[in-house]
Design a protein around this ligand. Structure first.
Ligand SMILES: NC(=O)c1ccc[n+]([C@@H]2O[C@H](COP(=O)([O-])OP(=O)(O)OC[C@H]3O[C@@H](n4cnc5c(N)ncnc54)[C@H](O)[C@@H]3O)[C@@H](O)[C@H]2O)c1
Length: 352
């Protein structure tokens, strides 16, 4: 059998994590790159040896040589491009957030069903070594019943600007961009319980703070600080039908001493910190134990996470593996994220 011919749509920052991982997979040929900005697509095609360059994804999808696509475009285009790709008979790896709208997420779920093709959602943190090992411990009952989880990614200064700060294209600020990762990771490790209700708050108090000097931060490919229509901070309490709850807070900017990233789960037999560093907490012989699993990357490592994610997608396309992050999970996470924005807008708890 020949190699799986891959195309990448959207050749901005994150596409290089997809492309460098595909390049290391011997069963893949990087066949085409598409971007609205031709020069960006061309330069990635040259770097990774892709035969074709497109600026219109419809034309790329009409190319019968393409077996599968990675979608690395602005959030508001994910569903539309994914549906078109599935309808054209391609497998899809769709970057997070899968959708910024629940009706669109459900339309995508329908498209997956009718196409019979694979759609993997890019919940990359599920593919990290620590998440994989912890899942094994959880599935074996080592943490018991997980009844609470808490996750934060608080940037003191880190509004990426460009499309990230334009609600029309991003669907939201830190909640859509980074909150999606930690809400998903907790929900996945908690055993994907059904969401019962969501209470959330979003704040736009500090703006993008372009006045700050002496500190550098990540900026979008098309950085433009003149538009900022997204929240600076979001927090939420999510309740599940098994009684478990998840508290989350995320910011692009906040008057905090330093940026933090933490993900913790608490069960009735043990707990676990997944970020910043992997620790499992338990007790034995009336003594509390903090156990440090010995693995290559105790925190989230981008290179490892993306390589595992891409390898898994390739295996699914080749019919050798089952999806770890299917469209149904993307729908549930969309429900939670949209619920948080709705609750913040109405000032009321959203019940599902
Ligand atoms: N999994 C992760 O850890 C992670 C990290 C960063 C970004 N992302 C996601 O990846 C996506 C892209 O983010 P980025 O940081 O690379 O942004 P970026 O701005 O650097 O790149 C986006 C690219 O998409 C192109 N584009 C937009 N619409 C297009 C269309 N219709 N057809 C072709 N090209 C189009 C733009 O021209 C741009 O080059 C976002 O959805 C983001 O949430 C995921």
């Amino acid at each position: 059998m020949g190699k799986l011919k891959i195309a990448v749509i959207g050749a901005g920052s994150i596409s290089s994590a997809h492309l460098s991982s595909y390049a290391k997979n011997p069963e893949v040929e990087i066949y085409a790159i598409c971007d609205l900005v031709e020069e960006r697509a061309r330069s990635a095609a040259e770097k990774y040896g892709a035969a074709k360059v497109y600026t219109d994804y419809h034309e790329l999808l009409a190319d019968s040589e393409v077996d599968a696509v990675s979608i690395c475009t602005w959030n508001n285009t994910h569903v539309e491009i994914s549906i078109a790709a599935l309808d054209a008979g391609k497998h899809v790896l769709c970057e997070k957030p899968m959708s910024t709208d629940i009706d669109k997420a459900l339309a995508l779920q329908e498209a997956v069903k009718r196409s019979g093709k694979q759609l993997q959602v890019g919940f990359v943190r599920r593919y990290s070594g620590s998440a994989k090992v912890l899942k094994q411990f959880i599935d074996s009952g080592d943490l018991g019943d997980i009844y609470y989880a808490k996750a934060s990614i608080l940037r003191r200064l880190g509004n990426p600007g460009g499309w990230f700060s334009d609600v029309e294209r991003s669907g939201g600020g830190p909640l859509m961009d980074i909150g999606v990762h930690i809400v998903d990771l907790c929900w996945y490790l908690m055993g994907r319980p059904k969401v019962k209700s969501v209470t959330g708050n979003t704040y736009t108090k500090l703006g993008n703070r372009t006045n700050i000097k002496n500190l550098d931060f990540y900026k979008a490919a098309d950085y433009d600080a003149s538009k900022n229509t997204v929240e600076d901070l979001a927090n939420a309490l999510i309740r599940f039908d098994n009684g478990a709850s998840l508290f989350v807070d995320v910011s692009f900017t906040l008057h905090t001493k330093q940026s933090v990233s933490s993900v913790t789960l608490y069960g009735d037999k043990g707990g676990a910190e997944v970020e910043p560093d992997f620790v499992i907490v338990s007790e034995k012989h009336d003594t509390i134990l903090n156990m440090t699993p010995q693995i290559d990357y105790p925190g989230f490592n981008m290179e490892e996470g993306f390589q595992n994610e891409i390898n898994h997608f390739v295996n699914c396309c080749l019919g050798r593996a089952e999806l770890i992050s299917p469209v149904e999970d993307g729908v549930e996470i969309t429900k939670i994220l949209c619920g948080i924005y709705e609750s913040s807008k109405t000032g009321k708890e959203v019940l599902f």
